[in-house]
Design a protein around this ligand. Structure first.
Ligand code: SF4
Length: 255
């Protein structure tokens, strides 16, 4: 499954961090996470239902309802596609509007493309996303018996689905091990000094070997929230960061 280069990478990086430090970081990040808003895709996966009666779209606060549990992987897939290059608030509104009208592959496929564009507007690249979503719904119906695959390699066969989306569907949609690496999950462990990787793919391969599986699901949520609020791409708030004393990046930048 892995190339020689990937295996060597993992051997090098595994020496950079120990389990004790991982446990400590995850504990601190978990505590910090409670201060921030839960990402929209996680909300959808946890609460299972997104409709007008039990959704407070302004506070991003969804009441628990598991009646539609079998629709969760589909909703996670679609809302993740909508979320790419789009703010959470916009994704929340677009997902709410869409699932209120159509929450199955058949229903979405039956919508005229122009109408679908209008429903999901103004998510980024809404025209391309509308086409992609319809193509994916068509394939789900024809090839997968209306079901979203629960396997990363199978999900990657769907056009427009990358590793980030596939990992989220597997972990949030099906509760299986998946490690979703976005820009925050790639940048921050490199800043800490846990890894020295150049791409999100390298980061995923390396972290799969370093990070105990029990942390995979939370890792993305914690680091997205932490990366948006504290360890920002530009101007990280090292002066108020609880991880500062262990972070290699802060040693280089903070006097
Ligand atoms: S100390 Fe700074 S660079 Fe390091 S994790 Fe905290 S915010 Fe990020």
């Amino acid at each position: 499954m892995f190339t020689k280069k990937e295996i060597n990478l993992k051997k090098i990086d595994i020496k950079r961090v120990n389990l004790k430090q991982i446990d400590l970081f995850m504990k601190i990040l978990g505590e910090e996470y409670k201060k921030f808003k839960t990402p929209i895709v996680t909300e959808i996966s946890e609460f299972g239902k997104l409709d007008a009666n039990d959704t407070d779209i302004n506070t991003n606060n969804f009441n628990k309802n598991t009646n539609n549990a079998d629709k969760i992987p589909f909703k996670v897939l679609i809302s993740t596609l909508l979320s790419l290059r789009t703010k959470d608030e916009t994704t929340a509104k677009a997902s709410y509007n869409l699932f209120n009208i159509a929450d199955t592959p058949q229903k979405i496929l039956s919508l005229p493309t122009k109408k679908l564009e209008k429903i999901i507007y103004p998510v980024g690249f809404y025209k391309t996303k509308a086409r992609r979503i319809k193509d994916i719904c068509d394939i789900l119906i024809k090839k997968y018996n209306n079901k979203v695959p629960d396997d990363i390699d199978e999900l990657l066969k769907l056009k427009g689905v990358g590793r980030k989306t596939a990992n989220l569907v597997v972990s949030l949609g099906y509760g299986k091990p998946g490690l979703c690496i976005d820009t925050h999950c790639h940048r921050i462990p490199n800043r800490w000094g846990w890894i020295t990787t150049k791409t999100p793919f390298e980061t995923e391969m390396t972290l799969r070997n370093i990070l105990p599986q029990k942390y995979w699901k939370e890792f993305n949520d914690y680091l997205v929230a932490f990366g948006q609020n504290v360890c920002r791409p530009v101007g990280p708030r090292c002066y108020e960061c609880r991880l500062e004393k262990w972070c290699r990046y802060s040693k280089k930048t903070v006097k």
